[in-house]
Design a binder for this molecule. Structure first.
Ligand code: 13P
Length: 264
């Protein structure tokens, strides 16, 4: 927790399926260089590259305080699951975080909320911090069902009885991902408040330490405004995380608001 009693912001780079060794390692080194040059990072930072880069990026990030994360995990520890990666394998190569339930996996791999919950539990068993993604589609929003949809996702996908700082929630409206469009500030504040309230019954010890990230077209230009909003405890960044300097600008924007507003 930051000195103000609110959680320290977390900014997560989700590189998705981008990056070969030659550019991925250079980009991670550039980011680590910025972090080392500025001393302790402005906020908690995590980098989630494609799995092919995890081992080499662990080395590239050494000494930078930037944590490593993965983009998905399987719900079980081992076994006959061709092409999948188990959470203990990710912990084994130095991951601290794992994204679960990203809308691109829900859409592309048919992941249900129940599957997402199993993955979050597997991550917790392996000592990882799951970043559980929720968010409504454009059609659901258009029907005025956004809040109901996200609440349902939380009900089904979140494990119960865990400590609020054991996992992270990312609110990513699907229609905002990669489109350059973002919700109105008031919509983000309302959704984040609803998420925190919906989580209160599920976590042991309250939600003060819970981090709720916003994701969807966050970039170096809009980060300061979004990250200053009530209840926004950081960002999950896709496209704009592929540029080290731009991503660092987003991290700095998050850091500036650490102590600014009690209750965020
Ligand atoms: P963009 O930042 O590219 O919109 O992607 C957001 C996202 O999906 C992060 O997980």
């Amino acid at each position: 927790m930051a000195a103000s009693g609110v959680p320290r912001p977390l900014v997560v780079a989700n590189w998705k399926m981008n990056g070969l060794r030659r550019d991925g390692i250079d980009r991670a080194r550039a980011l680590a260089g910025l972090a080392r040059a500025k001393g302790h990072g402005p906020c908690d930072i995590a980098l989630c590259p494609p799995a092919t880069l995890l081992v080499e990026l662990r080395a590239a990030l050494d000494g930078s305080e930037i944590a490593l994360g993965a983009q998905d995990c399987h719900a079980t520890e081992s076994g006959a699951h061709t092409g999948d990666l188990a959470a203990p394998m990710l912990a084994d190569v130095g991951c601290r975080y794992v994204i679960v339930g990203h809308s691109e996996r829900r859409a592309g791999h048919g992941e249900t909320d129940e599957a997402v919950r199993s993955k979050a539990l597997a991550a917790l068993r392996a000592g990882l911090v799951p970043i559980v993604c929720v968010g409504e589609s454009e059609a659901e929003r258009g029907r005025g069902d956004g809040v109901k949809v996200v609440r349902g996702q939380l009900d089904r996908a979140l494990p119960e009885g865990v400590a609020a700082d054991a996992l992270v929630i990312a609110y990513e409206p699907i229609w905002a991902i990669g489109t350059g469009r973002t919700p109105q500030a008031g919509e983000i504040v309302a959704l984040h408040a609803m998420i925190r309230e919906a989580c209160a019954a599920r976590f042991s010890g309250g939600t003060a330490a819970l981090r709720v990230l916003y994701g969807g077209s966050v970039n170096a230009r809009n980060a300061a405004e979004i990250l200053a909003l009530d209840g926004v405890n950081g960002a999950l960044v896709g496209g704009a995380s592929l540029d080290a300097v731009g991503f660092w600008t987003i991290c700095e924007a998050a850091g500036r608001h650490v102590a600014a507003a009690p209750g965020r």
